[in-house]
Design a protein around this ligand. Structure first.
Ligand SMILES: Cc1cc2nc3c(=O)[nH]c(=O)nc-3n(C[C@H](O)[C@H](O)[C@H](O)COP(=O)(O)OP(=O)(O)OC[C@H]3O[C@@H](n4cnc5c(N)ncnc54)[C@H](O)[C@@H]3O)c2cc1C
Length: 457
Protein backbone atom coordinates (compact mmCIF):
# COMPACT_ATOMS: atom_id res chain seq x y z
CA UNK A 1 0.00 0.00 0.00
CA UNK A 2 1.81 3.13 -1.11
CA UNK A 3 -0.78 5.84 -0.58
CA UNK A 4 -3.82 6.09 1.64
CA UNK A 5 -6.99 8.08 1.58
CA UNK A 6 -7.42 9.92 4.85
CA UNK A 7 -10.31 9.57 7.26
CA UNK A 8 -12.27 12.84 7.02
CA UNK A 9 -10.32 15.30 9.14
CA UNK A 10 -11.71 16.30 12.50
CA UNK A 11 -14.26 19.07 12.22
CA UNK A 12 -13.03 22.41 13.51
CA UNK A 13 -14.45 23.51 16.89
CA UNK A 14 -17.04 20.66 17.05
CA UNK A 15 -17.93 20.73 20.77
CA UNK A 16 -18.65 24.23 22.02
CA UNK A 17 -19.56 23.64 25.70
CA UNK A 18 -17.92 26.08 28.17
CA UNK A 19 -15.42 24.71 30.70
CA UNK A 20 -17.59 26.04 33.55
CA UNK A 21 -20.72 24.22 32.28
CA UNK A 22 -18.74 21.05 31.65
CA UNK A 23 -17.23 21.13 35.15
CA UNK A 24 -20.71 21.29 36.67
CA UNK A 25 -22.37 18.76 34.37
CA UNK A 26 -21.28 15.61 36.28
CA UNK A 27 -22.85 12.44 34.85
CA UNK A 28 -25.41 13.83 32.39
CA UNK A 29 -25.28 12.03 29.03
CA UNK A 30 -23.43 13.90 26.36
CA UNK A 31 -23.00 12.47 22.88
CA UNK A 32 -19.48 13.55 22.06
CA UNK A 33 -17.78 13.04 18.70
CA UNK A 34 -14.64 12.04 20.68
CA UNK A 35 -12.25 13.03 17.93
CA UNK A 36 -8.61 13.65 18.84
CA UNK A 37 -7.54 17.23 18.19
CA UNK A 38 -4.42 15.85 16.50
CA UNK A 39 -6.53 14.29 13.71
CA UNK A 40 -7.43 17.78 12.49
CA UNK A 41 -3.89 18.27 11.06
CA UNK A 42 -3.07 14.57 10.66
CA UNK A 43 -6.15 12.41 9.97
CA UNK A 44 -5.45 8.65 10.19
CA UNK A 45 -5.13 6.76 6.92
CA UNK A 46 -8.41 5.15 5.82
CA UNK A 47 -7.34 2.60 3.23
CA UNK A 48 -8.47 0.97 0.98
CA UNK A 49 -6.71 -2.06 2.44
CA UNK A 50 -5.84 -4.97 0.21
CA UNK A 51 -5.74 -8.51 1.59
CA UNK A 52 -2.20 -9.30 2.83
CA UNK A 53 -0.05 -11.97 1.16
CA UNK A 54 -0.20 -15.27 3.04
CA UNK A 55 3.51 -15.43 3.84
CA UNK A 56 6.00 -12.91 5.26
CA UNK A 57 9.36 -12.91 7.03
CA UNK A 58 7.91 -10.80 9.80
CA UNK A 59 4.40 -9.74 10.84
CA UNK A 60 4.16 -6.73 13.13
CA UNK A 61 0.85 -6.54 15.04
CA UNK A 62 -0.02 -2.93 15.91
CA UNK A 63 0.78 0.15 13.79
CA UNK A 64 1.52 2.66 16.55
CA UNK A 65 4.93 4.11 17.42
CA UNK A 66 6.28 0.72 18.60
CA UNK A 67 5.21 -1.30 15.57
CA UNK A 68 6.20 1.33 13.02
CA UNK A 69 9.59 2.09 14.61
CA UNK A 70 10.36 -1.62 14.49
CA UNK A 71 8.97 -2.09 10.96
CA UNK A 72 11.16 0.73 9.64
CA UNK A 73 14.35 -0.92 10.82
CA UNK A 74 13.28 -4.40 9.73
CA UNK A 75 12.19 -3.28 6.26
CA UNK A 76 15.36 -1.24 5.74
CA UNK A 77 17.34 -4.35 6.68
CA UNK A 78 15.72 -6.09 3.69
CA UNK A 79 13.12 -8.22 5.49
CA UNK A 80 9.63 -8.66 4.03
CA UNK A 81 7.48 -6.98 6.65
CA UNK A 82 3.69 -6.92 6.97
CA UNK A 83 2.22 -4.53 9.54
CA UNK A 84 -1.39 -5.14 10.56
CA UNK A 85 -3.66 -3.06 12.75
CA UNK A 86 -7.19 -3.79 13.94
CA UNK A 87 -8.14 -0.16 13.25
CA UNK A 88 -6.60 2.48 11.02
CA UNK A 89 -2.80 2.63 11.49
CA UNK A 90 -2.36 4.95 14.49
CA UNK A 91 -5.89 4.37 15.77
CA UNK A 92 -4.43 3.51 19.20
CA UNK A 93 -2.69 5.73 21.74
CA UNK A 94 -0.05 6.93 19.30
CA UNK A 95 -2.35 9.56 17.77
CA UNK A 96 -4.27 10.23 21.00
CA UNK A 97 -1.55 11.15 23.47
CA UNK A 98 -0.43 14.48 24.95
CA UNK A 99 2.78 14.65 22.90
CA UNK A 100 4.80 15.33 26.07
CA UNK A 101 8.26 13.78 26.02
CA UNK A 102 10.49 13.20 29.01
CA UNK A 103 13.53 11.08 29.49
CA UNK A 104 11.31 8.11 30.23
CA UNK A 105 12.26 8.30 33.92
CA UNK A 106 9.06 9.73 35.31
CA UNK A 107 7.60 6.61 36.90
CA UNK A 108 9.92 6.27 39.91
CA UNK A 109 11.94 8.67 42.01
CA UNK A 110 15.67 8.03 41.70
CA UNK A 111 16.05 6.81 45.28
CA UNK A 112 13.03 4.49 44.89
CA UNK A 113 14.59 3.04 41.76
CA UNK A 114 17.89 2.52 43.60
CA UNK A 115 16.09 0.78 46.48
CA UNK A 116 14.26 -1.48 44.02
CA UNK A 117 17.08 -2.34 41.63
CA UNK A 118 20.38 -1.31 43.25
CA UNK A 119 22.45 1.71 42.23
CA UNK A 120 24.20 0.20 39.21
CA UNK A 121 21.02 -1.09 37.56
CA UNK A 122 19.09 2.08 38.44
CA UNK A 123 21.72 4.24 36.75
CA UNK A 124 21.67 1.99 33.66
CA UNK A 125 17.87 2.32 33.42
CA UNK A 126 18.02 6.09 33.94
CA UNK A 127 20.74 6.46 31.28
CA UNK A 128 18.63 4.53 28.79
CA UNK A 129 15.74 6.88 29.59
CA UNK A 130 17.91 9.85 28.60
CA UNK A 131 18.94 7.97 25.46
CA UNK A 132 15.20 7.69 24.60
CA UNK A 133 14.69 11.45 24.73
CA UNK A 134 17.87 12.27 22.79
CA UNK A 135 17.13 9.40 20.42
CA UNK A 136 13.67 10.57 19.37
CA UNK A 137 15.01 14.05 18.64
CA UNK A 138 17.89 12.66 16.55
CA UNK A 139 15.50 10.31 14.74
CA UNK A 140 13.02 13.08 13.87
CA UNK A 141 15.86 15.27 12.58
CA UNK A 142 17.43 12.45 10.58
CA UNK A 143 14.13 11.44 9.00
CA UNK A 144 13.09 15.10 8.55
CA UNK A 145 9.66 14.47 10.10
CA UNK A 146 7.70 17.71 10.37
CA UNK A 147 5.98 17.25 13.76
CA UNK A 148 6.63 20.41 15.82
CA UNK A 149 9.27 18.71 18.00
CA UNK A 150 10.61 21.27 20.46
CA UNK A 151 12.72 21.12 23.64
CA UNK A 152 10.18 23.26 25.50
CA UNK A 153 10.98 22.07 29.05
CA UNK A 154 8.61 20.66 31.68
CA UNK A 155 7.22 22.38 34.78
CA UNK A 156 5.76 20.02 37.40
CA UNK A 157 3.71 21.73 40.07
CA UNK A 158 3.84 20.55 43.70
CA UNK A 159 0.35 19.92 45.11
CA UNK A 160 1.65 20.06 48.72
CA UNK A 161 4.67 21.68 50.40
CA UNK A 162 6.18 18.25 51.16
CA UNK A 163 5.90 17.30 47.47
CA UNK A 164 8.13 20.29 46.67
CA UNK A 165 10.81 19.03 49.09
CA UNK A 166 10.59 15.49 47.68
CA UNK A 167 10.91 16.76 44.13
CA UNK A 168 13.91 18.93 45.09
CA UNK A 169 15.71 15.85 46.47
CA UNK A 170 14.81 13.86 43.36
CA UNK A 171 16.13 16.60 41.05
CA UNK A 172 19.42 16.59 43.02
CA UNK A 173 19.62 12.81 42.63
CA UNK A 174 18.95 13.03 38.90
CA UNK A 175 21.76 15.57 38.58
CA UNK A 176 24.11 13.55 40.79
CA UNK A 177 23.60 10.13 39.21
CA UNK A 178 22.91 10.89 35.54
CA UNK A 179 23.62 14.63 35.12
CA UNK A 180 20.09 15.60 34.13
CA UNK A 181 19.79 19.37 34.17
CA UNK A 182 16.95 20.75 36.33
CA UNK A 183 16.05 23.44 38.83
CA UNK A 184 13.37 24.13 41.43
CA UNK A 185 11.02 27.10 41.14
CA UNK A 186 9.69 28.37 44.45
CA UNK A 187 6.07 29.33 44.99
CA UNK A 188 7.08 33.03 45.03
CA UNK A 189 8.67 32.73 41.59
CA UNK A 190 6.26 30.35 39.91
CA UNK A 191 4.30 33.03 38.06
CA UNK A 192 7.28 33.29 35.73
CA UNK A 193 6.40 29.72 34.74
CA UNK A 194 2.65 29.47 35.18
CA UNK A 195 -0.27 31.81 35.82
CA UNK A 196 -1.73 29.72 38.65
CA UNK A 197 -1.70 29.76 42.45
CA UNK A 198 -2.61 26.08 42.75
CA UNK A 199 0.95 24.85 43.22
CA UNK A 200 3.51 25.10 46.06
CA UNK A 201 6.26 25.76 43.53
CA UNK A 202 7.57 23.09 41.22
CA UNK A 203 10.44 21.48 39.34
CA UNK A 204 11.71 22.44 35.93
CA UNK A 205 13.33 20.01 33.49
CA UNK A 206 14.47 22.35 30.69
CA UNK A 207 15.36 19.58 28.23
CA UNK A 208 12.01 17.80 28.18
CA UNK A 209 10.17 18.17 24.91
CA UNK A 210 6.88 18.09 23.04
CA UNK A 211 5.66 17.19 19.56
CA UNK A 212 2.49 16.81 17.50
CA UNK A 213 1.77 13.08 17.88
CA UNK A 214 -0.50 12.86 14.84
CA UNK A 215 2.13 14.38 12.56
CA UNK A 216 4.89 12.27 14.11
CA UNK A 217 2.85 9.11 13.48
CA UNK A 218 2.03 10.17 9.90
CA UNK A 219 5.73 10.84 9.21
CA UNK A 220 6.70 7.47 10.65
CA UNK A 221 4.04 5.66 8.58
CA UNK A 222 5.24 7.39 5.43
CA UNK A 223 8.88 6.32 6.07
CA UNK A 224 7.77 2.72 6.81
CA UNK A 225 5.83 2.45 3.54
CA UNK A 226 8.69 3.99 1.57
CA UNK A 227 11.05 1.43 3.18
CA UNK A 228 8.95 -1.32 1.56
CA UNK A 229 6.84 -2.63 4.46
CA UNK A 230 3.20 -3.38 3.62
CA UNK A 231 0.67 -1.85 6.03
CA UNK A 232 -2.90 -3.11 6.43
CA UNK A 233 -5.53 -1.34 8.52
CA UNK A 234 -8.83 -2.90 9.68
CA UNK A 235 -7.00 -6.24 9.83
CA UNK A 236 -7.40 -7.67 13.32
CA UNK A 237 -5.43 -10.71 14.44
CA UNK A 238 -7.89 -13.20 15.98
CA UNK A 239 -5.33 -15.70 17.25
CA UNK A 240 -1.76 -16.95 16.81
CA UNK A 241 -0.50 -20.54 16.72
CA UNK A 242 3.21 -21.22 17.00
CA UNK A 243 5.24 -24.23 15.90
CA UNK A 244 8.77 -25.20 14.94
CA UNK A 245 8.50 -23.73 11.45
CA UNK A 246 7.23 -20.36 12.66
CA UNK A 247 3.90 -18.77 13.47
CA UNK A 248 0.44 -18.71 11.91
CA UNK A 249 -1.61 -15.56 12.41
CA UNK A 250 -5.35 -16.07 12.06
CA UNK A 251 -7.59 -13.34 10.63
CA UNK A 252 -11.25 -13.34 9.57
CA UNK A 253 -11.19 -15.61 6.50
CA UNK A 254 -7.42 -15.96 5.96
CA UNK A 255 -4.08 -16.67 7.60
CA UNK A 256 -0.49 -15.45 7.33
CA UNK A 257 2.55 -17.67 7.93
CA UNK A 258 5.48 -15.75 9.41
CA UNK A 259 8.95 -16.70 10.55
CA UNK A 260 8.81 -13.97 13.21
CA UNK A 261 6.01 -12.04 14.90
CA UNK A 262 6.23 -8.81 16.86
CA UNK A 263 3.36 -7.87 19.17
CA UNK A 264 3.20 -4.08 19.50
CA UNK A 265 -0.33 -3.65 20.81
CA UNK A 266 0.28 -2.02 24.24
CA UNK A 267 -3.01 -0.81 25.87
CA UNK A 268 -5.09 -2.21 22.96
CA UNK A 269 -3.77 -5.77 23.35
CA UNK A 270 -6.48 -8.22 22.30
CA UNK A 271 -6.56 -11.76 20.84
CA UNK A 272 -2.79 -12.18 20.77
CA UNK A 273 -2.53 -14.78 23.53
CA UNK A 274 -2.77 -15.43 27.26
CA UNK A 275 0.86 -14.40 27.86
CA UNK A 276 -0.06 -10.77 27.12
CA UNK A 277 -3.55 -10.86 28.62
CA UNK A 278 -2.02 -11.74 32.02
CA UNK A 279 0.55 -8.96 31.89
CA UNK A 280 -1.06 -5.81 30.42
CA UNK A 281 -3.85 -3.83 32.11
CA UNK A 282 -5.54 -1.28 29.82
CA UNK A 283 -6.30 2.04 31.52
CA UNK A 284 -8.28 4.81 29.87
CA UNK A 285 -6.90 8.31 29.72
CA UNK A 286 -8.85 11.31 28.41
CA UNK A 287 -8.03 14.71 27.00
CA UNK A 288 -9.73 17.92 25.97
CA UNK A 289 -8.66 20.91 23.92
CA UNK A 290 -10.06 24.43 24.25
CA UNK A 291 -10.93 26.94 21.61
CA UNK A 292 -8.24 29.53 20.82
CA UNK A 293 -7.57 31.67 23.89
CA UNK A 294 -6.71 35.39 23.45
CA UNK A 295 -2.92 35.80 23.21
CA UNK A 296 -2.56 38.18 26.15
CA UNK A 297 -4.35 35.79 28.54
CA UNK A 298 -2.52 32.77 27.17
CA UNK A 299 0.83 34.50 27.78
CA UNK A 300 -0.10 34.95 31.44
CA UNK A 301 -1.15 31.33 31.91
CA UNK A 302 1.74 29.58 30.17
CA UNK A 303 4.36 32.30 29.52
CA UNK A 304 7.14 29.86 28.55
CA UNK A 305 4.89 27.48 26.58
CA UNK A 306 6.29 24.37 28.23
CA UNK A 307 4.63 21.05 29.03
CA UNK A 308 3.15 20.79 32.54
CA UNK A 309 2.09 18.25 35.12
CA UNK A 310 1.51 17.91 38.85
CA UNK A 311 2.46 15.62 41.72
CA UNK A 312 -0.89 13.95 42.48
CA UNK A 313 -1.17 10.18 42.38
CA UNK A 314 -4.00 10.61 39.85
CA UNK A 315 -2.15 13.32 38.01
CA UNK A 316 -3.16 15.74 35.27
CA UNK A 317 -0.99 17.11 32.51
CA UNK A 318 -1.37 19.95 30.03
CA UNK A 319 0.37 21.98 27.35
CA UNK A 320 -0.26 24.55 24.64
CA UNK A 321 -1.19 23.24 21.19
CA UNK A 322 1.71 23.54 18.74
CA UNK A 323 1.62 27.02 17.14
CA UNK A 324 -1.84 27.86 18.55
CA UNK A 325 -3.06 29.43 21.78
CA UNK A 326 -5.20 26.46 22.79
CA UNK A 327 -4.89 24.54 26.02
CA UNK A 328 -4.63 20.73 25.74
CA UNK A 329 -5.47 19.06 29.05
CA UNK A 330 -5.33 15.38 30.02
CA UNK A 331 -5.93 13.05 32.92
CA UNK A 332 -7.17 9.60 33.87
CA UNK A 333 -10.72 8.55 33.01
CA UNK A 334 -11.14 4.90 33.87
CA UNK A 335 -14.89 5.16 34.61
CA UNK A 336 -15.41 6.15 31.00
CA UNK A 337 -18.27 4.38 29.25
CA UNK A 338 -21.69 5.08 27.78
CA UNK A 339 -23.63 7.44 29.99
CA UNK A 340 -20.54 8.24 32.02
CA UNK A 341 -18.69 9.83 29.09
CA UNK A 342 -19.46 13.32 30.29
CA UNK A 343 -18.43 12.49 33.84
CA UNK A 344 -14.94 11.68 32.62
CA UNK A 345 -14.56 15.01 30.85
CA UNK A 346 -16.28 17.01 33.60
CA UNK A 347 -13.60 15.91 36.07
CA UNK A 348 -10.94 17.15 33.62
CA UNK A 349 -12.74 20.50 33.38
CA UNK A 350 -12.82 20.81 37.18
CA UNK A 351 -9.04 20.30 37.28
CA UNK A 352 -8.58 22.94 34.54
CA UNK A 353 -10.61 25.44 36.58
CA UNK A 354 -8.81 24.65 39.84
CA UNK A 355 -5.60 25.53 38.00
CA UNK A 356 -6.85 28.38 35.80
CA UNK A 357 -10.21 29.69 37.21
CA UNK A 358 -10.15 32.47 34.62
CA UNK A 359 -10.95 29.95 31.85
CA UNK A 360 -14.54 29.35 33.05
CA UNK A 361 -16.13 30.82 29.94
CA UNK A 362 -13.68 29.35 27.46
CA UNK A 363 -15.21 26.73 25.16
CA UNK A 364 -14.07 23.13 24.73
CA UNK A 365 -13.30 22.23 21.11
CA UNK A 366 -12.26 18.58 21.20
CA UNK A 367 -12.58 15.70 23.64
CA UNK A 368 -11.23 12.19 23.20
CA UNK A 369 -9.71 9.28 25.05
CA UNK A 370 -7.34 6.37 24.54
CA UNK A 371 -5.89 3.33 26.27
CA UNK A 372 -2.55 3.16 27.97
CA UNK A 373 -0.93 -0.21 28.73
CA UNK A 374 -0.06 -0.70 32.40
CA UNK A 375 2.18 -3.44 33.78
CA UNK A 376 2.17 -4.90 37.28
CA UNK A 377 5.69 -3.58 38.03
CA UNK A 378 5.23 -0.22 36.22
CA UNK A 379 8.22 -0.92 33.96
CA UNK A 380 7.91 -1.30 30.19
CA UNK A 381 9.04 -4.64 28.79
CA UNK A 382 10.54 -6.08 25.63
CA UNK A 383 11.64 -9.57 24.78
CA UNK A 384 10.36 -12.95 23.59
CA UNK A 385 7.62 -15.23 24.92
CA UNK A 386 8.23 -18.97 25.54
CA UNK A 387 6.54 -19.50 22.12
CA UNK A 388 9.17 -17.31 20.46
CA UNK A 389 6.92 -14.29 19.83
CA UNK A 390 8.67 -10.93 20.16
CA UNK A 391 7.05 -8.05 22.04
CA UNK A 392 7.59 -4.48 23.23
CA UNK A 393 4.92 -2.83 25.40
CA UNK A 394 3.77 -1.64 28.83
CA UNK A 395 4.79 2.02 28.77
CA UNK A 396 2.41 2.91 31.62
CA UNK A 397 1.34 6.19 30.02
CA UNK A 398 4.74 7.57 29.03
CA UNK A 399 5.34 6.02 25.66
CA UNK A 400 6.14 8.60 23.00
CA UNK A 401 9.91 8.26 23.32
CA UNK A 402 9.80 4.83 25.00
CA UNK A 403 7.72 3.18 22.24
CA UNK A 404 9.98 4.66 19.56
CA UNK A 405 13.04 3.41 21.44
CA UNK A 406 11.64 -0.03 22.31
CA UNK A 407 10.44 -0.52 18.71
CA UNK A 408 13.98 0.16 17.54
CA UNK A 409 15.57 -2.08 20.18
CA UNK A 410 13.29 -5.06 19.57
CA UNK A 411 13.84 -4.80 15.80
CA UNK A 412 17.61 -4.80 16.30
CA UNK A 413 17.24 -7.86 18.55
CA UNK A 414 15.16 -9.60 15.85
CA UNK A 415 18.00 -8.89 13.41
CA UNK A 416 20.50 -10.37 15.88
CA UNK A 417 22.35 -7.07 16.31
CA UNK A 418 24.31 -6.25 19.46
CA UNK A 419 22.84 -2.69 19.54
CA UNK A 420 19.53 -4.34 20.43
CA UNK A 421 20.76 -4.81 23.97
CA UNK A 422 18.78 -2.83 26.54
CA UNK A 423 19.02 -2.20 30.28
CA UNK A 424 15.38 -3.39 30.36
CA UNK A 425 16.29 -6.85 28.95
CA UNK A 426 16.65 -8.69 32.21
CA UNK A 427 13.56 -7.30 33.97
CA UNK A 428 11.06 -10.13 34.44
CA UNK A 429 7.69 -9.28 32.83
CA UNK A 430 5.37 -10.08 35.75
CA UNK A 431 1.92 -11.58 35.38
CA UNK A 432 -0.63 -11.61 38.16
CA UNK A 433 -2.82 -14.49 39.33
CA UNK A 434 -5.68 -12.01 39.71
CA UNK A 435 -5.04 -10.35 36.34
CA UNK A 436 -8.68 -10.87 35.32
CA UNK A 437 -9.74 -8.57 38.18
CA UNK A 438 -7.16 -5.87 37.47
CA UNK A 439 -9.18 -4.07 34.77
CA UNK A 440 -12.50 -3.93 36.69
CA UNK A 441 -10.59 -2.87 39.84
CA UNK A 442 -9.03 0.21 38.19
CA UNK A 443 -11.93 2.64 38.92
CA UNK A 444 -12.00 1.67 42.61
CA UNK A 445 -8.22 1.99 42.97
CA UNK A 446 -8.33 5.36 41.22
CA UNK A 447 -11.14 6.63 43.43
CA UNK A 448 -9.04 5.61 46.46
CA UNK A 449 -5.97 7.43 45.05
CA UNK A 450 -8.09 10.53 44.30
CA UNK A 451 -9.32 10.53 47.90
CA UNK A 452 -5.71 10.30 49.09
CA UNK A 453 -4.71 13.17 46.76
CA UNK A 454 -7.45 15.33 48.29
CA UNK A 455 -6.79 14.42 51.93
CA UNK A 456 -3.01 14.14 51.61
CA UNK A 457 -2.95 10.74 53.32
C1 LIG B 1 -4.80 9.98 26.30
C2 LIG B 1 -3.36 9.55 26.31
C3 LIG B 1 -2.38 10.49 26.60
C4 LIG B 1 -1.02 10.13 26.59
N1 LIG B 1 -0.06 11.10 26.76
C5 LIG B 1 1.24 10.78 26.65
C6 LIG B 1 2.23 11.79 26.71
O1 LIG B 1 1.94 12.98 26.79
N2 LIG B 1 3.53 11.40 26.62
C7 LIG B 1 3.91 10.09 26.49
O2 LIG B 1 5.11 9.80 26.44
N3 LIG B 1 2.97 9.11 26.37
C8 LIG B 1 1.66 9.42 26.44
N4 LIG B 1 0.72 8.44 26.29
C9 LIG B 1 1.16 7.05 26.05
C10 LIG B 1 1.58 6.79 24.59
O3 LIG B 1 0.67 7.37 23.70
C11 LIG B 1 1.68 5.28 24.33
O4 LIG B 1 2.52 4.70 25.30
C12 LIG B 1 2.24 4.94 22.95
O5 LIG B 1 1.55 5.64 21.94
C13 LIG B 1 2.13 3.44 22.72
O6 LIG B 1 2.40 3.17 21.37
P1 LIG B 1 2.23 1.69 20.82
O7 LIG B 1 2.62 1.72 19.40
O8 LIG B 1 2.96 0.74 21.70
O9 LIG B 1 0.68 1.37 21.02
P2 LIG B 1 -0.62 2.03 20.34
O10 LIG B 1 -0.30 3.31 19.66
O11 LIG B 1 -1.67 2.04 21.38
O12 LIG B 1 -0.98 1.01 19.18
C14 LIG B 1 -1.41 -0.31 19.43
C15 LIG B 1 -2.21 -0.77 18.21
O13 LIG B 1 -2.40 -2.18 18.31
C16 LIG B 1 -3.58 -2.48 17.59
N5 LIG B 1 -4.04 -3.82 17.96
C17 LIG B 1 -4.37 -4.30 19.19
N6 LIG B 1 -4.75 -5.60 19.12
C18 LIG B 1 -4.66 -5.95 17.80
C19 LIG B 1 -4.95 -7.15 17.08
N7 LIG B 1 -5.40 -8.27 17.70
N8 LIG B 1 -4.76 -7.16 15.73
C20 LIG B 1 -4.31 -6.06 15.09
N9 LIG B 1 -4.03 -4.88 15.73
C21 LIG B 1 -4.21 -4.83 17.06
C22 LIG B 1 -4.54 -1.38 18.00
O14 LIG B 1 -5.59 -1.21 17.04
C23 LIG B 1 -3.61 -0.16 18.11
O15 LIG B 1 -3.68 0.69 16.98
C24 LIG B 1 -0.65 8.77 26.32
C25 LIG B 1 -1.64 7.83 26.04
C26 LIG B 1 -3.00 8.20 26.04
C27 LIG B 1 -4.04 7.18 25.71
Amino acid sequence: MSSFAKIASAQDEPIGIRLGELAESWAKYWPTPATPFWWRAAPPAAGPWSRPANRADIVVVGAGFTGLSAALILARAGRSVVVVDAGAPGFGASTRNGGQIGSGNQKFRVNTLIQMKGERKAVELLREGIEMLDGIEAFIQREKIDCSFIRCGRFRGAMRPEHYENMARDMEDLKHFVRVDSCMISRDEQHKEIGSDLFYGGSLLPNDASLHPGKYHAGLLDRVIKAGAVVHGNTAVLGITSGRAGHTLHFAGFQIQARDVLIATNGYTKNVGAFFRKRIVPIRSAQLTTEIIPAQLFDQLMPRRRVYGNTNRVFFYFRPAPDENRLIWGGRASHFAGDFALAAYSHLARDVLRTFPVLRNVKVSYTWSGLIGYTFDEFPHLGRTPDGIHYAMGYCGTGVSRATHFGRKIALKMLGKAEGRSAFDDLTFPSHVFHAFAKPAVPAIEAWYRARDITGL
